[in-house]
Design a protein around this ligand. Structure first.
Ligand code: ATP
Ligand code: LTN
Length: 339
């Protein structure tokens, strides 16, 4: 058995909507990169999830490639991991149908992402938005995943995935691995820069609410400078628990590998404006090499599509095995066995 097959499986995905933002990096991608050594990583651009909200076709097409290139630019090694676009692997849709039939409406009614998105898109509360968690469960369960690194907002979806896996296993016999969530202790919920009581979101209509990973340095500086804080000016131990300034301290701490006491020691007694200036510098220094690498990858279209084709092929071969096991357990007749 090769070393790759012995490693446990780590899987995660991001919807190609809006612009990849600092919240996505700190809450999810950063941990993908840090954990990839010890796992077989599977990283998906979940385009089928993104159409639960209306997307412009040309933008969606460009974003799928751009997001995959950003996964690579962040440090995901394509030789050691599987990277692909969800719609290239039809087993996701197939398993999601089956799982829909094992998911109760009462469970879906409780999902806070569904409630939030229904409010934000009142004119398009479609059935896909409602059954979204069953597709996410299919993404994860197809690959016998051990660990799912996500931000705190996905905890509820992960719990439902675990319940569905256990329900199916108990109804038939062990079929799916029950996955564990990996939610970072710090940075699991980065907040909006202008409205720090809500989460930073990459599809926010106000671009000042988030730092995009592809924002140029002057834009980063401007957005951080304008970030909403409170009427105090000086940083103290209390600042960590205050909405605006606490969020900026958390971002600085994560980017500079500091814990809570480290960040307070660094900034206690100093001005909010000092933190903003140093945070801008940290962000620019971190994002510059990322952006350079991204632009290199985007000029080599053949390279990127090779990685995605290869990833989809590997994914299909794993997914096919799980799906045929599922079909067999349910009682579907295997093709070619009818005579
Ligand atoms: P959208 O605004 O387009 O709905 P989003 O910014 O919420 O998107 P998703 O595609 O839903 O992003 O999430 C991708 C990953 O990033 C998930 O693991 C999610 O938990 C994580 N994530 C999203 N926003 C944040 C945030 N503000 N803080 C930490 N993690 C986040
Ligand atoms: N629902 C997730 C995106 C997502 C995902 C997944 C995350 C879809 N499939 C599988 C981890 C594993 C979100 O962030 N909105």
């Amino acid at each position: 058995m090769s070393e790759q097959q012995v490693k446990p499986t780590l899987l995660s995905g991001i919807q190609p909507s809006g612009q990849l933002a600092l919240g996505n990096y700190v809450g999810a991608m950063r941990n993908w990169v840090n954990l990839q050594q010890d796992y077989r990583g599977i990283f998906i651009v979940v385009d089928m999830h993104s159409i639960t909200v209306r997307q412009k076709p040309a933008d969606l097409r460009n974003r799928c490639l751009s997001f995959a290139a950003q996964y690579l630019a962040a440090g995901i090694d394509p030789n050691e991991n599987i990277i692909f676009i969800q719609s290239h692997v039809p087993q996701h849709a197939e398993l999601s149908w089956v799982l829909n039939c094992y998911t109760y409406m009462g469970e879906l009614n409780r999902m806070t992402q569904f409630k939030d998105k229904s409010k934000r898109h009142e004119d398009n509360v479609n059935a896909g938005l409602y059954t979204y968690p069953a597709l996410m469960a299919a993404d994860i369960l197809l690959y016998q995943t051990d660990l799912v690194p996500v931000g705190a907002d996905q905890k509820q979806h992960l719990e439902l995935t675990r319940d569905l896996a256990a329900r199916f296993n108990n109804t038939y016999s062990p079929t799916f691995k029950v996955p564990e969530p990996y939610i970072p202790a710090s940075g699991a919920r980065i907040m909006s820069l202008q409205e720090p009581e809500k989460k930073m979101s990459k599809s926010d209509s106000n671009e000042n609410n988030f730092i995009a990973l592809l924002d140029p340095p002057d834009v980063i500086q401007r957005k951080i400078k304008r970030a909403v804080t409170d009427s105090a000016r000086e940083i103290s131990a209390d600042s960590l628990t205050k909405p605006g300034i606490g969020n900026l301290l958390t971002i600085y701490a994560v980017l500079n590998d500091l814990n809570e006491s480290g960040i307070v020691d660094t900034f206690a007694g100093r001005q909010y404006s000092d933190l903003k200036a140093e945070l801008s510098d940290s962000l620019v220094a971190f994002l510059e090499p990322f952006q350079t690498r991204y632009h290199e990858i985007m000029t080599e279209k053949g390279y990127l599509s090779g990685i995605l084709d290869d990833g989809a092929e590997k994914a299909r071969s794993i997914a096919r095995k799980t799906l045929s096991k599922v079909h067999r357990k349910i009682g579907f007749v295997a093709p070619g066995r009818m005579k």
